[in-house]
Design a protein. Sequence first.
Length: 481
Amino acid sequence: MPKLVLVIFLCYGCLVNAYAQNPYFEYSKLDAISQRGIFAIEDSHGNFLISIIKEDGTAEILKLNEEGQYVDVVVLQENNAILTVSNIYESEDFFYCPGFIDYDDTDSSYFYIAKLNSDLELLSEKKILLDESQTFIMNCSYSESDSLICVGYSDTPDVSISPFGLYYTYPDDTISFFRTEGVLDIVNDYLTLPGIQNEIVLRGQINMTVTDDNFSVTESVPVPFNLSQTGDVYAFNDTSFLISGKVIEVNLPPLPTVRDIGIGFSSYDFEESNFYSFGMAGDTVDHPGIFHSIGVTESNYIYCGGTGNISPSPPLLHQMPSWFLLTRLNADLAPVWEKRYGGDAYYVMFGLDATSDEGCIMYGLKHDYLTNPGIAELYVLKTDASGNVVSDITIPYPNLQVEIFPNPFTEVIQITASDYENHIVNVELRDIAGKLHKIERGTIPMTVSVDKSVKPGQYILTIYAIGENVPISTTIVIKKE
């Protein structure tokens, strides 16, 4: 088996904080808390694999068929830790899934890689200590030399937030570690320079930084087109690359400040050429896909996308409409079409990719605050080349087996949950309009007393694990006279 050389760049800045029910689904295998897709590939058989991160600390690799329908899922987990799979790589009918482990009781982080067969059976998994710091791999992609580059950041007590790089060689399990000195930037993606060995361009939120193979900086220039926030770079040909990001145009009142999604061509000498921006009209905040926002088809049509009307602040469960935004462009960045999907819930696009049928697959999360308030769901949308929806998949977070009695109730509610016994939780009681009437902390099983001043009617009882913004249970309860 050939060696897989893994090159990892890790840098400061948590990108997630920039934004965090189809009947044929087999929900029994998807029983976890809030879940969202962060990476997707199309395998050699036309299936789609989605990397999912979840609020209970586990990771999942979800397989969908070419129509976007559920096939299988594998759960990856580490005790007392948060496991994230940042990328999926197919080689010789195997899937390699690199990522990182962040333990609850220590600041140390570990590099993680799992090997799966084509049926998503776990064959092996390895972990290697990265650093005596909290390390987060945010994004990954592959180079022409069978190398993988991931971007993220390390938060150390002595250096604070700092970028670094490392080489990982499989199956030797060797790591060479290098810090990138003098760079204070959130690196989202990378490029290798055509025809030039041992030089890599890091796409940051402020600068494009060129490093040698020891990750020492040789050059730094501003990001082309003044694009900010998260964004991709994509080597389009030997002379130019695509770059995406956020366009901010400040206007004097009464004109609104424009916050659109932009994509442009730049030479490898960072000379700007064609550029295109798009978004929703008005004063909405539009944002490129958190991890991936560029996809290119085999015929060189370009997809660029993100979220329309995103909230600029956490948490992920906002109560306002938003949309997946997608545009298809030709090789000169002339638009073929622009479309939006959603508006019936709060959506956040984490990424997209072009598909072999010239369509596009998008993934992220959905918060249906009207009918399923407080529940974050994985959302996957596939289109054809004309932007028509091929499949629209929502995988909800199923509630724990919680018993609430009596229901209807008068003044007292008893709460039991066999899977969560002796856990400390927060309980909230809100009316249908969202007004908070009661909040109480306790240990399952627990008793909640409701004041007599709370009027009879329908209420939403939500149970949160301590320190989590996403509920472990949401139930409609009725207060009677």
